[in-house]
Design a protein around this ligand. Structure first.
Ligand SMILES: Nc1ncnc2c1ncn2[C@@H]1O[C@H](COP(=O)(O)OP(=O)(O)OP(=O)(O)O)[C@@H](O)[C@H]1O
Length: 217
């Protein structure tokens, strides 16, 4: 479902060019779960952003369900991001002026893939039924992250990209949220690529790859 080929990315810095990614290749089958680990600064977020179409590589291909998204323009990448890929960040990025119910629906509506029954089902499974008419600021961190995950899954993405999705949560809440992510990707058949510093979380994925010196070690 996802094939990443020979990705290169170099940033211009005050000290000159800095090659963060130097020929990355990996693949993910439909429904597969993969952990991406690596030291701080090794380029994990950069790679995830490129795969999610939020950033572009200097070289290489990101083929998602047969489409090379690195070759698309901004609008094309945005369409893929809305319809096929869902991204969960460490920061919840909820829309403060929208109630929980509308935050959950937001991306699915944008993608033209809103399914009220599925959105309600997600909210119930996330334990958010009593929070639907509240605003994000009225929720705890764990609740906000569950809203963010429900929002990501509402359009039924084929691929979920998660960047330290439980990094801001306490250990117990993190474990609960992780259980939910894994349960939902399993039930929807979505692939999951997750960046994590936690060996425990990485151990729950079917496969693990490690980024070192700009390459898959
Ligand atoms: N826009 C940018 N311009 C210049 N350098 C950048 C830019 N974005 C990231 N970098 C640098 O690229 C390197 C990789 O960053 P990235 O955020 O991908 O690492 P990471 O492995 O996700 O780190 P962490 O685990 O700390 O989140 C870092 O050294 C960072 O400072």
């Amino acid at each position: 479902m996802l094939t990443v080929e020979n990705i290169h990315k170099t940033y211009a810095t005050a000290d000159g060019p800095f090659a963060v990614l130097r020929g990355i290749g990996l693949s993910l089958a439909a429904g597969e779960t993969l952990a991406l680990t690596g030291e701080s600064g090794s380029g994990k977020s950069t790679l995830l952003h490129i795969i999610g179409g939020l950033d572009t590589p200097d070289q290489g291909r990101v083929v998602l369900s047969g489409t090379d998204i690195a070759a698309l323009d901004d609008n094309g990448r945005a369409a893929v991001r809305r319809g096929t890929v869902g991204v969960v960040f460490q920061q919840f990025n909820l829309i403060p002026s929208l109630k929980v119910v509308d935050n959950i629906a937001f991306q699915a509506r944008l993608a033209g893939q809103y399914d009220a029954q599925w959105a309600a089902d997600l909210a119930a499974r996330m334990g958010l039924e009593a929070q639907l008419n509240k605003y994000p600021e009225q929720l705890s961190g764990g609740q906000q992250q569950r809203v963010a995950i429900a929002r990501t899954l509402a359009p039924k993405p084929r691929l979920v990209l998660a960047d330290e999705p439980t990094g801001n949560l306490d250990e117990d809440t993190a474990a609960t949220v992780m259980d939910l992510i894994l349960e939902l990707v399993r039930d929807t058949g979505a692939g999951l690529l997750m960046v994590t510093h936690s060996q425990a979380l990485a151990g729950r994925m079917q496969r693990r790859v490690h980024l070192r010196a700009g390459q898959i070690a």
